[in-house]
Ligand binder design. Structure first.
Ligand SMILES: Nc1ncnc2c1ncn2[C@@H]1O[C@H](COP(=O)(O)OP(=O)(O)OP(=O)(O)O)[C@@H](O)[C@H]1O
Ligand SMILES: [Mg+2]
Length: 230
């Protein structure tokens, strides 16, 4: 175990060194092309770069990795960020992204921002790939996120109109190293699973081949204090 975290730290450290170099080049390019400062794609790229940096930084923290700052976060805000990170690829693939809520919100959950974003990015990445892999592409490919409240729990559904999975695939999809895509690493869902365990989020997956897939995340109740007898 110690070996593994030691390796991870060493690896993260190397990545951080490379990122630092790349960031230096980006700054140089930006200074040479001042119009870039007004290019929303460029700015978004820099933002994504910053969150990658932050993720690496947290992995390198001497205390254990679960200590990433926990704070109340509005899922609506987080999904606006996710949407803007993916807007270029979604546009290119003509994927419509929808965020639906059963009441105006906010939808506060308790968690570490970097971890929640990592979890959602992995789910969205899979959804985009699933849509791209669907033969005779669907009429209106979309990724829909719905937020609702059920018995003191916030429930998030993320569904796609992608290729879906067979029962056998569904049974194995969360294992590390399992991928059904050429060149896939099979890491994404195992990371999603790990983060969900850490943050006490229940995950359920429902999928139908050639129709699509829905992930349901049930967040821990934030109202348990009220349930205590007086
Ligand atoms: N939304 C989805 N629709 C269809 N299949 C999915 C979906 N999400 C996951 N899968 C299937 O589960 C497998 C495992 O997913 P996972 O995210 O762990 O790995 P990956 O996407 O193949 O590779 P990586 O995430 O490491 O780049 C995928 O290869 C894919 O076959
Ligand atoms: Mg993946």
């Amino acid at each position: 175990m110690m070996n593994k975290s030691y390796e991870l730290a060493a690896f993260s450290h190397e990545i951080k060194n490379s990122l630092t170099l790349i960031y230096g080049q980006l700054q140089y390019i930006e200074n040479e092309n001042i119009t870039l400062k007004k290019d929303e794609h460029w700015l978004k790229m820099k933002e994504d770069f910053a969150s990658l940096f932050e993720m690496i930084r947290q992995t390198l923290r001497p205390s254990d990795t679960t200590s990433a700052a926990m704070e109340p976060l509005d899922l609506v805000d987080l999904f606006h960020e996710i949407q803007s990170s993916w807007s270029y690829q979604m546009d290119r693939e003509h994927i419509h992204f929808r965020l639906q809520t059963d009441s105006p919100g906010p939808y506060y959950v308790y968690g570490a921002k970097a971890k929640l974003l990592q979890m959602f990015h992995n789910l969205v990445s899979n959804a985009v790939k699933a849509i791209k892999r669907k033969k005779g592409a669907s009429q209106a490919p979309n990724i829909t996120v719905t937020l609702s409240r059920e018995q003191g729990h916030i429930v998030l559904n993320l569904s796609d109109t992608g290729i879906g999975m067979t029962r056998e695939q569904q049974a194995r999809a969360f294992y590390r190293g399992v991928s059904f895509i050429p060149k896939g690493n099979g890491i994404g869902l195992s990371v999603v699973h790990e983060i969900a365990e850490e943050l006490h989020i229940k995950i359920h997956m429902d999928s139908a081949l050639n129709h699509g897939t829905t992930f349901t995340l049930v967040f821990p109740s934030t109202e348990r204090v009220e349930a205590l007898p007086v």
